[in-house]
Structures are given as C-alpha cells and as structure tokens.
Ligand binder design. Structure first.
Ligand SMILES: C[C@H](O)[C@H](O)[C@H]1CNC2=NC(N)=NC(=O)C2=N1
Length: 123
C-alpha cells in the first residue's frame, strides 16, 4: 500500500520536479505538468512510452491529450495524495518527454496548435 510523502521527502524531492515544470494542483495533493509537442504523432509517442512505464509501476496518470498537448496530473488514489510512485512516474515521464515545450503557467488557458491554426484561418 502506497504511503503519503512525508514533509521531509517533499522538501527533498519536489523542488527538482518543479524546475522541470511540475506544479502543485490547487486544492488537491497532486502535481501537474502541461507538455506541448510538435504534433499529434510526438504527443502520442510520448503517451505510448509513458503508458508502458505506468504499467510497469502499476501507477497510472490522469491525463488528457488534445492534438499536440498532453496535460498530466499525478497523484496516488490508494492513499489520497502524493506518494513515492508519483515521483518515480514524474521522473520517467521527464526522461521520455525530451525537448517538449512546457507550459508553466497553469492559470493560462491551454491552447493546442490546431486552435492556433484555426484562429489564423478565421482572421
Ligand atoms: C488495483 C490497482 O493496482 C490499483 O488501483 C492501482 C492502479 N493504478 C493506480 N494509479 C494511481 N495513480 N493511483 C493508484 O492508487 C493506483 N492504484
């Protein structure tokens, strides 16, 4: 059974993940990262590789994909918050994500390339 991270584990581990673009989710004990790839194929490639890691860890992301954007939230449902498994999966995802662009401001709307493209055609 997974256990919640202690305060000292959080202090030791979370700043480095923050540097790569993971940020706390308001009102939840969870972390989120918004990745922007060049196209759907690269986004799906990331998701396929990340899914294999998730299966290996038996630990699964909450995520959405719209064209080139993958929006990932990690938390551990079994213990109702962040555990060691979230740190492991976050680090593995960072390795797989390569040079993907990261949207650090989670207050901003998340715009995928197809919306940008469609807006260009309308104007
Ligand atoms: C039955 C199964 O092993 C569990 O429900 C696993 C599967 N994947 C999981 N993923 C996540 N993120 N949290 C969990 O608590 C969890 N539990």
């Amino acid at each position: 059974m997974a256990e919640l991270l202690t305060e000292s584990e959080r202090t030791a581990e979370l700043p480095a993940l923050g540097d790569t673009g993971w940020a706390a989710v308001p009102d939840r004990d969870a972390i989120r990262k918004i990745l922007k790839f060049r196209n759907f194929s690269e986004a799906w490639g990331f998701m396929s590789r990340a899914a294999l890691q998730a299966e290996k860890l038996n630990h699964h992301p909450e995520w959405t994909n719209v064209y080139n954007v993958v929006d990932v939230t990690l938390t551990t449902h079994d213990c109702g918050g962040l555990s060691e498994l979230d740190l492991k999966l976050a680090k593995r995802m960072d390795k797989i994500a390569g040079e993907a662009e990261v949207q650090r401001d989670h207050g901003e709307p998340v715009t995928c390339l197809c919306e940008v493209h469609a807006a260009g055609k309308r104007s």
